[in-house]
Design a protein around this ligand. Structure first.
Ligand code: SAM
Ligand code: SF4
Length: 325
């Protein structure tokens, strides 16, 4: 499916829940989070109907996210069902990894293709300060399990000045010892003015090169995302950077997002989109929902402007756990 700027939209991120077993400081408040009511959230049947319609319109890759996707009961059967949908080539999840060890066999049997595991520190105590919960060892176990089983594995680290900027080398070393991509994500001040925490990706790269030497471009394909990759000498895996704040990767953006409430969101930064849930629950046919999907995609903004955040209208104010990252 092409948008009005000729970009091929073939990637749909679906948030399956706003709930989470962690409370990361950059994503959710510690307390007072009012969960969405169950009837507002798409049922698995509704998600499957929308996946089928999206696939018929050219979506090939699905990523499940949240909140924490693995806290939603029966997630493995949703993965298995999406995998069986004609036209869908890959199903992946973005997860904090805590529940991977206990659900690993079921996820593997469901046919999960790839996993992105979030980890912002190699220090168990700092992990508790960042996520406000225990679980560091489980996350490390999850990364090793996935890598060893051949599931394509990436680690996502949100780079934050004054929080984990002394640990970039230690986190990157995971990709020296394991066949995984470690990706540094520039902190995004979604919904609030918190710019000083952002560490530009070039600065992270320079820090890593002081330890690992010059990093050659890694042009092999590592999925469907906007990261750029490098391979330090002697590394089994790669290092990636996702630079929403300092680079406009929007020219090649191939994705749209479905929130847990069934709102089709066209760009991470903007609220622009359409409630496919409301259209579906009003009794629309598959054809009508498909047309609404296509019409919304034609409205996808040309680019985001995090660098001119307060110059833009129609800014997204929902926290990340409600958007899905
Ligand atoms: N719970 C899962 C997890 O943590 O991977 C999936 C949902 S989480 C919202 C998706 C991704 O968004 C994570 O990699 C997380 O680190 C990232 N994220 C959340 N808030 C962010 C922020 N303010 N800036 C940059 N990345 C953020
Ligand atoms: Fe939960 Fe993921 Fe947000 Fe952390 S980043 S609070 S794990 S949804």
């Amino acid at each position: 499916m092409k948008d009005s700027f000729g970009r091929n939209i073939d990637y749909l991120r679906i948030s399956v829940t706003d709930r989470c077993n962690l409370r990361c400081v950059y994503c959710m408040p510690e307390e007072g989070v009012a969960p969405m009511s169950h009837c507002d959230i798409l049922s698995y049947e509704e998600i499957m109907r929308l996946v089928g319609i999206a696939a018929s319109r050219g979506i090939k890759h699905i990523r499940l996210t949240g909140g924490e996707p693995l806290v939603r009961r029966g997630i493995e059967s949703l993965i298995a069902d999406i995998k069986k949908t004609p036209g869908i080539e890959t199903v992946s999840i973005t997860t904090n990894g805590i529940l991977i060890p206990e659900k690993f066999e079921m996820l593997k049997a469901a046919g999960l293709d790839a996993v992105n595991i979030s980890l912002d520190t190699m220090d168990a105590e700092r992990f508790v300060r960042i996520t406000r919960r225990e679980g560091f060892e489980k996350v490390i176990e999850a990364i090793k399990l996935c890598e060893a089983s051949g599931i394509r594995t990436k680690v996502n680290c949100v780079a934050m000045r004054g929080v984990n900027d002394d640990e970039f080398v230690a986190i990157a070393e995971l990709a020296r010892d394991l066949s995984i991509c470690v990706r540094f994500i520039e902190f995004m001040p979604v919904g609030k003015n918190d710019f000083e925490k952002c560490v530009p990706w070039q600065e992270i790269k320079e820090t890593l090169e002081q330890s690992f030497g010059p990093m050659a471009d890694d042009t092999s394909r590592h999925g469907n995302g906007p990261a750029v990759y490098f391979k330090p000498d002697g590394f089994k895996g790669s290092i990636g950077f996702i630079s929403a704040m300092t680079c406009a990767f929007c020219e090649t953006c191939n994705r749209v997002r479905l929130t847990a409430e069934g709102y089709l969101k066209l760009c991470l930064q903007y609220d622009k989109g359409v409630s496919l849930r409301d259209i579906m629950r009003a009794g629309a046919t598959d054809e009508e929902i498909g047309l609404a999907f296509e019409a919304a995609v034609m409205e996808k903004p040309k680019q985001h402007i995090f660098n001119d955040y307060f110059g833009a209208d129609d800014i997204e104010e929902r926290p990340m756990n409600k958007i899905g990252g």
